[in-house]
Design a protein around this ligand. Structure first.
Ligand SMILES: NC(=O)c1ccc[n+]([C@@H]2O[C@H](COP(=O)([O-])OP(=O)(O)OC[C@H]3O[C@@H](n4cnc5c(N)ncnc54)[C@H](O)[C@@H]3O)[C@@H](O)[C@H]2O)c1
Ligand SMILES: N[C@H](CO)Cc1c[nH]c[nH+]1
Ligand SMILES: [Zn+2]
Length: 436
């Protein structure tokens, strides 16, 4: 359990190997996803119904639940669960509302005014995972910022669940749909959901941008449609990951619990322990064994732990160096000394500070978003926020004074690029002002 690597003894090639997630090394996922996408493009809703039977084991009469069906399912929710969802909703809403900022207009020269305004992306597709676990929390994490941004149409896809018609989605998903005033849930999962939202089918509208995490099929489909259609994606948000940095002030019980919290997501999840002593690693492994043994999803978590490792570092700073190389989806600084190293963080999706801040607080209810870049994409992508659901459009206005102040500069630059029509566009205005 958790093979240990000694950081100062690793060469560059070994570090590269450690930080590579080795996802779809043989391209088998890509091949399967390409064939699913082409099936959906050719056969639309018929393909969706047949893939639901094949991959989800559910025979559907239609691809979606309507408002009335959602209402009936939502009625089954328990009071305790409803209250917890309401609290999470409020905290996520409060945090995300603070992201709506109006930028100031800038007068770059007298009479030359430039500014940016925000416009919502009109049609967005939200993917809510529902393979090995159904995640109503993801519905909150995507639906709340989309609503705050002002997106007009929210298309929601989630894999159908086995059971009676009243169990095709669970009551928590149905309740969140009501909170977000969403009137249809499309019962479509995996790569086929991404293809349907990118190309459109008779029942599912084509969207401008697709959001949401998912397994390797979902994530691969998102990266394929991003490069082959005009539909954008939020980011590659695949199998969950956590990297925990621990020192002598950390609590091995907490650290083991945090590692397992991500490990239980899927067999391809990774949970990396970076520690400043061999003793901390040994104590954490002992705790991992104890806690794993009683987890309901122990088979999944054990496979993910097999796919994980520990790194022994000389101090917290060296731990941060490795973490920045790994670029984890979640970074937990499980130390009382977290203030010493936060400024050194350059690559991480979301950061959890100190011994009392578990990653599951952010997964569910503290307010931050849990849809985050995996597979080292934290080097270049941010997690989902209100910004992900908007475009920033630039505006400018030139007054007569502005034309006079800027005109000659534009003329000279157009001239030096050999673009006479560009020059003319400002020259005719300058001349009109002289005539006046
Ligand atoms: N990065 C993030 O922000 C984040 C957030 C939440 C969850 N996650 C990750 O999301 C994932 C959820 O995975 P999940 O599987 O539970 O649900 P999922 O909804 O992502 O995938 C289920 C779908 O996968 C498809 N599928 C399953 N087996 C297939 C096969 N052999 N061939 C083709 N398609 C197949 C099916 O269509 C099924 O409906 C986990 O890996 C979890 O770690 C990531
Ligand atoms: N940890 C996941 C992101 O990687 C989000 C999640 C949803 N539910 C529980 N956890
Ligand atoms: Zn989680």
């Amino acid at each position: 359990m958790l093979k240990t690597h000694i950081y100062p003894e690793l060469n560059q090639a070994q570090i590269r190997e450690l930080i590579s997630r080795n996802i779809d090394a043989d391209n088998s996922i890509e091949d399967r996803v390409l064939s699913i996408i082409s099936e959906v493009r050719q056969n639309g809703d018929i393909a969706l119904l047949s893939l639901a039977e094949k991959f989800d084991g559910v025979v559907l009469k239609k691809t979606f639940l309507d408002k009335g069906e959602i209402k009936n399912i939502a009625n089954a929710i328990g009071e305790t669960q409803k209250q917890a969802i309401d609290t999470a909703y409020q905290n996520i809403k409060k945090f995300h509302e603070s992201q709506l900022i109006t930028e100031a207009k800038v007068e770059t020269m007298p009479g030359v005014n430039c500014w940016r305004e925000t416009r919502a992306i009109e049609k967005v597709g939200l993917y809510i995972p529902g393979g090995t676990a159904v995640l109503p929390s993801t519905f909150l994490m995507l639906g709340i910022p989309a609503k705050i941004a002002g997106c007009k149409e929210l298309i929601v896809c989630s894999p159908p669940q086995r059971g009676k018609d009243s169990e095709l989605v669970n009551s928590y998903i149905a309740y969140v749909a009501q909170l977000l005033e969403i009137e249809r849930i499309y019962l479509v999962g995996g790569a086929q959901a991404v293809a349907a939202m990118a190309y459109g089918t008779d029942s599912i509208p084509k969207v401008d941008k697709i959001f949401g995490p998912g397994n390797q099929y979902v994530t691969k489909a998102k990266t394929i449609i991003q490069s082959s259609t005009q539909t954008a994606i939020d980011m590659p948000a695949g199998p969950s990951e956590v990297l925990v940095i621990a020192d002598q002030t950390s609590n091995p019980v907490f650290v083991a619990a945090d590692l397992l919290a991500q490990a239980e997501h899927g067999v391809d999840s990774q949970a990396i322990l970076v520690a400043t002593s061999q003793e901390i690693i040994q104590q954490t492994i002992a705790e991992l064994e104890k806690q794993l043994a009683v987890l309901p999803r122990k088979e999944i978590a054990a496979k993910a732990i097999d796919n994980s490792y520990a790194v022994l570092v000389s101090d917290l700073h060296e731990g941060m160096t490795f973490s920045n190389e790994y670029a984890p989806e979640h970074l937990i600084l499980a130390t009382d000394n977290w203030q010493l190293i936060t400024a050194e963080i350059s690559n991480a999706g979301s950061v959890f500070l100190g011994n009392l801040t578990p990653e599951s607080a952010g997964d569910y209810a503290s307010g931050t978003n849990h849809t985050l870049p995996t597979s080292a994409y934290a080097r270049s992508y941010s997690g989902v926020s209100v910004d992900s659901f908007v475009k920033k459009v630039t505006f400018q206005h030139l007054s007569p004074e502005g034309v006079k102040n800027l005109g000659n500069t534009v003329e000279v630059l157009a001239e030096l690029e050999g673009l006479q029509a560009h020059k003319n566009a400002i020259s005719v205005r300058l001349q009109s002002l002289i005539v006046d």
